[in-house]
Write a protein that binds this ligand. Structure first.
Ligand SMILES: Cc1cc2nc3c(=O)[nH]c(=O)nc-3n(C[C@H](O)[C@H](O)[C@H](O)COP(=O)(O)O)c2cc1C
Length: 379
């Protein structure tokens, strides 16, 4: 399956209901988006190479990781390195982190000057060093400050403006609903909900009923987020919550094919070709042998059409993008980690994984991929 797989051509059953979301373009403010699947902002992941890969996989809106507003206005070099969007295909969203309405407004103006097509505000980060500075999800306890922040950013920029939040701070506190209404009334043009509280971190399950509740309360688009790792999940979130778009984070790491598979399944659902996620094909169970030990492993159905060559080529493409964006030394070092995701479950992956952890140069990785191809051909 190529990254640019066309949408399904299966005809809709007679009498199939047409979902209203099929009839209306998906808009965030003045920005009309071609896709209802959006890659999530992720620290140390959503860099320029990753955004490029997401775009090749079909994403329309891509986003940076969170960027500190204080760092931007103080011209801190490391913070500005994260704002590497100059000359990138539009639209790119930039996510801001901070808690001062004035500094956030100034930072919002800076990122729009740099080319951001959309400004997103982080109200969900649970990390202690962030919440300890009263930023990220700590703001979920400060509705008045949130109102001032949203008003201040809104007044500073004219591009679309969104807020990404968690379900609440802890326990049974699902303050997201009331905060989302505040954000909407102060000018946010969409809200994204990662349906876990700050206290949950990444444990347990995201509570999608909160996304449905938010959809019912707001007029602006609601983007559902949390635990979508398969096309069936994307359809279920879409069906159960009525959300306008689905945001995917961890599932896309090392697996850009998930993007198009989710889009295709959601398009089938919207057009009435399928009415339930149960109609999305099942994963395959394959047996992977490592050091003489055989173990079963789930392989997503859409990977049936992805050749090993395509996976190895993607390692090379990602490496090239990393070297272009960050220079050879840093790019290759960071690729040690990324490359592990692409080779999961392939024959001889243990030995390959170990060798990938030692790569020093782009040439090393090119050679390694070539040797691996020869190994497969001669096995
Ligand atoms: C490595 C990593 C880094 C993240 N960094 C950010 C970030 O910078 N800003 C943000 O709003 N959320 C961040 N998140 C949260 C994701 O955007 C997303 O809300 C969360 O992972 C749930 O979605 P998922 O289940 O599809 O992964 C991060 C998550 C991960 C795993």
């Amino acid at each position: 399956m190529s990254l640019a797989q066309p949408e399904s051509t299966t005809p809709a059953p007679r009498g199939a209901a047409t979902d209203p979301r099929l009839l209306t373009p998906f808009r965030i403010g003045s920005l009309e988006l071609k896709s209802r699947v959006i890659p999530a902002p992720m620290c140390n992941v959503s860099d320029r190479p990753f955004r490029g890969l997401n775009r090749s996989a079909g994403a329309h809106l891509v986003t940076t990781q969170m960027v500190s507003c204080e760092g931007l206005v103080r011209h801190d070099r490391k913070t500005w390195d994260l704002l590497d969007i100059a000359g990138e295909d539009a639209p790119v969203a930039v996510q801001l982190l901070g808690s001062s309405p004035e500094v956030l407004a100034e930072a919002a103006r800076i990122i729009v000057d740099q080319g951001a097509a959309l400004v997103d505000f982080n109200m969900g980060c649970p990390a202690r060093n962030v919440t300890g500075n009263a930023c990220g999800s700590a703001l979920m306890k400060e509705p008045e400050l949130v109102a001032r922040i949203v008003r201040s950013i809104r007044a500073a920029i004219s591009v679309p403006f969104t807020v990404k939040m968690r379900a609440g701070w802890d326990g049974e506190d699902f303050s997201a609903l009331s905060l989302a209404k505040i954000c909407e009334s102060e000018g946010a043009e969409a809200v994204c909900l990662h349906a876990r509280t700050r206290a949950q971190g990444y444990s347990g399950q995201a509570d999608w009923s909160l996304i449905a509740a938010m959809r019912a309360e707001l007029k602006v688009p609601v983007i559902g987020n949390g635990d979508v790792v398969s096309p069936a999940h994307a359809v279920r979130m879409f069906r159960e919550t009525g959300c306008d778009a689905v945001m995917i984070g961890r599932g896309l790491i090392g697996n850009p094919w998930l993007f198009r598979a989710c889009e295709t399944a959601m398009a089938d659902y919207l057009a009435g070709r399928i009415t339930h996620e149960d109609q999305v094909p099942d994963d395959d169970m394959v047996v992977v042998e490592e050091d003489g030990v055989a173990r079963p492993m789930r392989v997503p159905f859409y990977m049936r059409e992805v050749t090993l060559r395509e996976r190895l080529d993607l390692v090379l493409k990602h490496t090239r993008l990393m070297v272009e964006a960050k220079g050879e030394r840093r790019g290759v070092l960071e690729m040690r980690k990324h490359s592990q995701h692409y080779i999961r479950g392939i024959r001889g992956c243990k030995a390959l994984r170990e060798q990938l952890m030692k790569i020093e140069t782009e040439a090393d990785i090119v050679r390694l991929m070539e040797e691996y191809r020869v190994f497969l051909a001669t096995e």
